[in-house]
Design a protein around this ligand. Structure first.
Ligand SMILES: Nc1ncnc2c1ncn2[C@@H]1O[C@H](COP(=O)(O)OP(=O)(O)O)[C@@H](O)[C@H]1O
Ligand SMILES: [Mg+2]
Length: 368
C-alpha cells in the first residue's frame, strides 16, 4: 500500500501558516497534483510527506503507519526536485546506481535496476556521459531514473519540469504520464502550472493561502469549481467574472448585466441556492471558450450587445476582447477570425455554462 495521508496537518514558520489544517489522501496508484500559485504551501505539504519538514500539528500516515516522526530515509518515498542536483563528476550510470550501491545492493541487481530505468526513460545511449554533456530534459530524466531505481513506495515531485523550455516540458509531460501508467505507482506532484495539473492528474488539489480549496478530477475542477478562486485559476485566459443583479420579471428570471437585461431559462442548478440568498447581487462567471461572438443576435439563446475592443489572433483560435459597457469587459475564445476591432457584435452562450457565485463569500451557488 502506497497511500499517503495528511491528517489535519498544519505548518507554521514563525507567524506564517504555510499550510493550514490540511486533510488529504493520496490514494494508492494515484497521480495526485497539488496546484496553486507561488507561496500557497505546495512544497511545504510535499516536504512534510517526505519527512524533510516537521508538521507543527497533525499526522502523516503511509498506509496505516504513522510516520510523523519517522526519518526521511525510513519512509521509502523518492523525492524529485526542480533542480535535479546530479553528481557532476559521475556518469549517468553511476548517478543512477549510486543510491543502490550505498544500500549494499548486489552488483547484478544494481545493473538490472539501472538498465531497466534507463530503458524506460530512453537513457540507454547516455549511460557513459556526465551531467554537463546532457540537455536539461535528459538531466531531468536521469533525476527521475535515480528515483525509480530505488523502487520507492511513492514518488514526490516538486515542479520537476519547470526548468525545461516549453517544448521539452510538453514532451517530458507525456513521458511522465506514460511512465505513471507503466509503473502503476503513487505520485504526488507539485506544480503552479494548470496545464500540467489538468493533463497529468487523476485528481487535482487546488490550494491557496495554505488552505485546500477543492479536490477533484480535472473535469470536476474545470466543470464545477466550488469558488471564484478555483474558477479563475483553471483555464487560460481565466473565467470571465461579471457583477450582476438578478430577479424575476413577470415570473421569468433575468440578470441585469450593466445596462442590459439577460433573460435566463428556468431549471439552472444554482437557482435554488441563489433565490434563498439575502442579496440578489451575484458574480456570474463564464469561460472564454463558452462564449460565441456573432454579427447578429442568436435566436433562442441569451445574447448581450458588445463591441470588439481588441483582437489577439492565435492561428487556431482568436481571443476577442469585448466591451459590454465602459467598465464591463469579457474575453471570448473563438474559432472564427475577427480581424478588426471596434465592431459592434453579439455575445451569446449556453446558460448551462454560467457559474454563479455569492458576491461576498465567492462560493459557487451550485456548491452550496
Ligand atoms: N523554511 C521556511 N521558513 C520560513 N517561511 C517559509 C519556509 N518555507 C516556506 N515558507 C513560507 O511558507 C509559505 C508556503 O511556501 P511553499 O510551501 O514553498 O509554497 P509553494 O511551494 O506553494 O510556492 C510561503 O509564504 C513561504 O514564504
Ligand atoms: Mg514550491
Amino acid at each position: 500500500m502506497a497511500q499517503i495521508e495528511w491528517d489535519h496537518v498544519s505548518k507554521w514558520f514563525g507567524p506564517v501558516a504555510a499550510v493550514h489544517n490540511i486533510s488529504l489522501v493520496a490514494r494508492d496508484h494515484e497521480f495526485l497534483v497539488l496546484l496553486g500559485p507561488s507561496g500557497c504551501g505546495k512544497t511545504t505539504t510535499l516536504r512534510m510527506a517526505a519527512g524533510l519538514e516537521d508538521p507543527t500539528s497533525g499526522r502523516l500516515l503511509l498506509g496505516e503507519r504513522d510516520v510523523t516522526h519517522v526519518e526521511p530515509r525510513d519512509r521509502d518515498l523518492a523525492m524529485v526536485f526542480q533542480n535535479y542536483a546530479l553528481y557532476p563528476h559521475m556518469t549517468v550510470y553511476d548517478n543512477l546506481a549510486f543510491g543502490l550501491k550505498l544500500r549494499k545492493t548486489s552488483p547484478q541487481a544494481v545493473r538490472r535496476a539501472v538498465e531497466d530505468a534507463a530503458a524506460r526513460l530512453g537513457l540507454e545511449s547516455l549511460l557513459a556521459r556526465r551531467p554537463r554533456e546532457l540537455s536539461g530534459g535528459q538531466r531531468q530524466r536521469v533525476a527521475l531514473g535515480r528515483a525509480m531505481v530505488r523502487q520507492p513506495q511513492a514518488f514526490l515531485m516538486d515542479e520537476p519540469l519547470s526548468n525545461l523550455d516549453a517544448t521539452l516540458r510538453a514532451e517530458t509531460r507525456v513521458q511522465l504520464k506514460a511512465l505513471h501508467a507503466q509503473l502503476a505507482t503513487t505520485i504526488v506532484y507539485v506544480t503552479h502550472d494548470q496545464v500540467e495539473a489538468m493533463t497529468l492528474a487523476t485528481r487535482i488539489v487546488v490550494m491557496n493561502g495554505g488552505v485546500i480549496q477543492q479536490v477533484g478530477t480535472p473535469d470536476a475542477i474545470y466543470d464545477r469549481p466550488v469558488n471564484q478562486f478555483v474558477a479563475h485559476f483553471i483555464g487560460t485566459p481565466g473565467m470571465n467574472m461579471l457583477p450582476v443583479l438578478w430577479g424575476r420579471v413577470d415570473g421569468a428570471l433575468a440578470a441585469i448585466v450593466g445596462s442590459q437585461r439577460l433573460p435566463l431559462p428556468p431549471g439552472l442548478p444554482w437557482m435554488r441556492a441563489a433565490e434563498s440568498a439575502v442579496s440578489h447581487a451575484a458574480t456570474v462567471g463564464v469561460r472564454p471558450e463558452h462564449l460565441r461572438v456573432a454579427a447578429a443576435p442568436e435566436t433562442g439563446t441569451p445574447s448581450l450587445k458588445a463591441r470588439i475592443r481588441l483582437v489577439e489572433p492565435m492561428g487556431h483560435e482568436t481571443l476577442v476582447h469585448l466591451d459590454l459597457d465602459p467598465d464591463l469587459t469579457l474575453v471570448a475564445r473563438t474559432p472564427d477570425r475577427w480581424p478588426h476591432s471596434n465592431i459592434p457584435v453579439w455575445v451569446s452562450f449556453d446558460p448551462r455554462h454560467l457559474h454563479v457565485f455569492d458576491p461576498v463569500s465567492q462560493v459557487a451557488y451550485e456548491a452550496v
